[in-house]
Write a protein that binds this ligand. Structure first.
Ligand code: SF4
Ligand code: SF4
Length: 392
């Protein structure tokens, strides 16, 4: 089963599934996410500037697949060069169905649901997918990958990656083959600016700490953020119910309630507060004066819920298999008993046949014997005649 987290969906949801829209769901717009998901990241900006033809070629293929009449490319207003390049390419290709729309550079605009709302005014329902509001959303890198797959028969073997942060000498973007070690990118970017840097796979808000640079670039790696080692780790204090987290939440959730229930392992209650609508943007944790790592609690709760669901599904499948096994044993037993009964019946019928034949044979024997006896009696009763020539 696929996780519902929109953060997960935005990053890992298979493109083929997104493009496989049912015929009864008409798609009004294809949305292309040209907004970077977090501060520091500039790989999509570079991609739009360097590969606009391939991006638009991929968009045309996707529009054909999902039968979308129009496409909106949302690009943040801090990327004027990318906007100008895309618009010039659209004009050169005479593609009037695709529009480039400038959106404000305001985190988390790059989140799928937020971008859809900004571009179309439509809100993806809780637990729903963009297709529920007639929209399919992909990012620029996906459009380029689709173009290369169709026009060059090339699978996804490379991607644009941002290497940035205060801990690197020359921040840069690289188009690198998947599998390239992070250490190699660090060397290409001039090396670490100071010893013992902190590495994050991703971004300052949602990134995951990396244990070392001996890790390869994978399909989902869009940024390696290298920061200075933290001087102090903030002390986590109790929640003071200030409500700042709720004010900052772009998904209109109640982060403190989610935190209480996740912490108390009351997962059902957390789900009732729409835990799976949390896009894990980290805004709540960023503003929390008590320095509570709120997103870690949400990730923990989501992972636990998925594990429990998996265990429940497994138990359900095991029970079904056991019931089926029992039914099969019962059926085999029943069929065996029926077979035996049939055999017995046939044997009895055979015995009856034998006795019938024996009775017939006995009757025939008796008839024969009677006939022989009758013939013998007739011979004994006949008069003795003398021949005239016989001697006296
Ligand atoms: S911001 Fe932090 S302290 Fe304030 S209510 Fe939210 S969790 Fe509690
Ligand atoms: S609960 Fe926190 S992490 Fe989740 S969407 Fe709201 S602000 Fe972002």
């Amino acid at each position: 089963m696929l996780p519902e987290s929109s953060a997960w969906a935005a990053r890992y949801f298979p493109s083929a599934i997104k493009l496989n829209v049912h015929d009864h769901i008409p798609v009004e717009s294809l949305i292309i996410n040209g907004a970077e998901c977090e501060p520091y990241i500039t790989c999509d900006d570079r991609l739009m500037q360097e590969q606009p033809e391939e991006i638009i070629g991929g968009i045309q293929i996707m529009m054909h697949i999902i039968n979308a009449p129009q496409c909106l490319i949302g690009v943040e207003d801090n990327k004027p060069q990318a906007i100008a390049t895309l618009q010039a390419t659209l004009t050169a290709m005479d593609e009037t169905r695709v529009q480039v729309i400038t959106v404000p550079t305001l985190y988390p605009t790059g989140s799928e649901k937020q971008l859809i709302q900004i571009l179309t005014g439509k809100e993806v329902p809780s637990g729903g997918r963009p297709a529920n509001v007639g929209v399919v959303c992909h990012n620029t890198a996906t459009a380029r990958a689709i173009y290369r797959a169709i026009h060059h028969g090339e699978p996804l073997i490379d991607r644009y990656v941002t290497v940035t942060g205060e801990g690197i000498t020359q921040p840069a973007n690289f188009d690198v083959p998947l599998g390239t070690p992070i250490q190699h990118l660090v060397e290409q970017a001039g090396g670490y600016a100071q010893p013992d840097p902190q590495l994050l796979d991703g971004r300052p808000m949602m990134g995951v700490k990396l244990p070392s640079d001996q890790i390869p670039i994978v399909k989902a790696t869009n940024c390696i953020l290298i920061t200075r080692p933290a001087d102090t780790t903030p002390t986590v204090m109790p929640c003071i119910r200030c409500g700042r987290c709720a004010q900052s939440c772009p998904a209109s959730l109640l982060p403190q309630q989610l935190y209480w229930h996740a912490r108390a392992r009351e997962f059902e209650k957390a789900e009732n507060y729409h835990l799976f609508d949390c896009i894990e943007c980290g805004c709540c944790a960023y503003v929390c004066p008590s320095h509570i790592p709120l997103v870690d609690y949400y990730r923990f709760a989501k992972a636990e819920i998925r594990t429990q669901r998996d265990a429940k599904n497994k138990a359900e499948r095991a029970r079904e298999r056991h019931d089926f096994h029992q039914e099969r044993l019962e059926r085999a037993k029943r069929e065996k008993a029926e077979k035996l009964a049939k055999h017995k019946q046939q044997a009895q019928a055979g015995d009856a046949d034998d006795s019938k034949q024996a009775a017939i044979r006995a009757a025939l024997e008796r008839a024969k014997a009677k006939k022989a006896q009758a013939a013998a009696s007739a011979n004994a009763a006949a008069p003795i005649t003398h021949s005239e020539n016989a001697p006296e």
